[in-house]
Ligand binder design. Structure first.
Ligand code: NAD
Length: 468
């Protein structure tokens, strides 16, 4: 049983699907582990540490050759898998909606693509839940990013020179990321309020010491499986009225609202941003899915004419590449443990297991997931016989954020988006660009990519501060 981990090719992707710690665990499961040289570099895991853990480290072609399992963060190109065993399991975030042609190409290449974001949110699978592990870190990082761009102190400070009032932080959407944002802002001493459309979120918000605000007109917009449903027009208007009154008094706004299979709901209008005081900071964690704020420019930090800063990083978890890789790779090991016969130390997939049924997208040359439809005949994949060196695009850890949105959250059977045919647009449709009334901030915008030299990572944070 050979497990391969390739260097991520997507622009701006800093994470890696295995760490030296998880390599040890994979070897204990009976696997032989091959890591492409440099795969962990952007997450601060040197090749030597993988080798010390027992992995072989080499070029892409040697890494993938004969692999029975390929672990990945983002969906790899079919051509990069040439040389893997027939039917190899390719396990990672597959982001299938809007990318049906790419999924069809994986099917054609004969691999079994497994979408970790489709993992059912049941107790047994909590330890494999990549959406939760990554959203938790993103919620934390959103507050850190906001604090970095904020010109004032977050906590109340009583000094001989007078009192600094605490910052007011408003979190919109109190799911995994939102709750972590609330907890982080509270730890920094802010006065925190939060809203959500699910009434159940109120108790969780209050248990963290924040105030829950919700409009009377909107009793509860819980959908199935604990997720939110899309609001009606009237409900949207009631919510907008509530937010408009509240937001003008806030220093920092963090938006995290998502609805499975739908574009991110627009919660903060241009007028609302314009009502905020100069120096206000907004962080849009839904930027990758189009954004909750009308003026968000995905992948960019912008400042408005009234002096508000809107931070729209995509792949926020990737800004904490080390922690994110540690948690993500442990999620993968936990899932792999269910796919392996521990006694025989061999792959033994139970295709009837609900976790497998929910996550497998392709098998035996075809798309097998009921929610993924692709009618067009895909271009034939490269022959599997010859191991191809994948295109080198991501090694430099380019600052540009990954282009695609993460796939929508899934329950046991993930919700299909409005369109899933070959011509389907990505979830969230085309990312709406904010009108150019906002000027990009030259320095603060640099994402905290994890470049080769450790010192450079610090510079992004310091330039964010240094703009003042
Ligand atoms: P999510 O990322 O899908 O959405 C983030 C939040 O945005 C949600 O709380 C949602 O209600 C909220 N939202 C949607 N539209 C909104 C709007 N118009 N205004 C304000 N808020 C809006 O959510 P998530 O973090 O994936 O969590 C979804 C659910 O799954 C929660 O009930 C959570 O407790 C549950 N969950 C369960 C497990 C498990 O059992 N293993 C793990 C994680 C989360």
């Amino acid at each position: 049983m050979k497990i391969a981990v390739l260097r991520e090719r997507a622009d701006g992707e800093t994470r890696v699907a295995a760490t030296p710690e998880t390599v040890t665990k994979l070897i204990a499961l009976g696997a032989e582990v091959a890591i492409e040289a440099g795969a962990g570099e952007l997450a601060r895991f040197p090749d030597a540490d993988y080798a010390k853990a027992g992995a072989s480290v080499g070029a892409a072609a040697a890494t993938i050759k004969g692999a029975d399992i390929v672990l990945t963060v983002r969906r790899p190109a079919a051509a990069s898998l040439a040389g893997a065993s027939a039917g190899a399991l390719v396990i990672g975030a597959m982001d299938p909606y809007g990318n049906e042609a790419e999924i069809a190409a994986l099917a054609k290449a004969g691999v079994t693509a497994v979408a970790m974001e489709f993992m059912p949110r049941i107790t047994r699978a909590q330890v494999m839940d990549i959406l939760s592990s990554q959203a938790n870190l993103a919620g934390y990082q959103a507050v850190i990013d906001a604090a970095g761009a904020f010109d004032r102190a977050m906590p109340m400070m009583m000094t001989a020179a007078g009192t600094v009032r605490p910052a007011k932080v408003f979190v919109m959407g109190a799911g995994v990321a939102g709750l972590q944002a609330i907890a982080t802002a509270k730890r920094l001493g802010a006065v925190v309020t939060a809203t959500d459309v699910r009434a159940a979120a109120g108790e969780q918000v209050e248990s963290l010491g924040a105030k829950f605000i919700m409009t009377e007109a909107l009793k509860d917009a819980s959908g199935s499986g604990g997720y939110a449903r899309e609001l009606t027009k009237d409900e949207q208007a009631a919510q907008a009225e509530l937010v408009a009154g509240h937001i003008a008094k806030q220093d920092i706004v963090i938006t995290t609202a998502l609805i499975p299979g739908r574009p991110a709901p627009k919660l903060v209008s241009r007028a609302m941003v314009e009502s905020m005081a100069p120096g206000s900071v907004l962080v849009d964690l839904a930027a990758e899915r189009g954004g909750n704020i009308e003026l968000t420019q995905p992948g960019k930090t912008v400042t408005t004419a009234n002096g508000a800063t809107i931070i729209g990083f995509t792949n926020v978890a990737g800004r904490l590449a080390t922690s994110a890789s540690q948690l993500y790779s442990r999620n993968l090991v936990s899932f792999l443990e269910t796919l392996v016969d521990k006694k025989e130390k061999a792959l033994a997939v139970n295709w009837d297991d609900e976790l497998v049924k929910a996550t497998v997208l392709t098998r035996d040359g075809a798309i097998v997931h009921p929610n993924i439809k692709f009618d067009a005949v895909p271009a034939p994949a490269k022959p599997a016989a010859k191991a191809a060196e994948p295109a080198k695009t991501g090694a430099t850890g380019k600052a540009a954020a990954p282009k695609r949105a993460a796939a929508p959250k899934a329950e046991t059977a993930p919700a299909a988006p409005a369109k899933t045919a070959a011509v389907a647009k990505p979830i969230g449709g085309k990312v709406k660009k904010a009108a150019p009334i906002v000027a990009p901030i030259a320095k603060a915008a640099a994402p905290k990519k994890a470049p080769a030299k450790p010192a450079a990572a610090k510079s992004a944070a310091s330039t964010a501060k240094g703009k003042k």
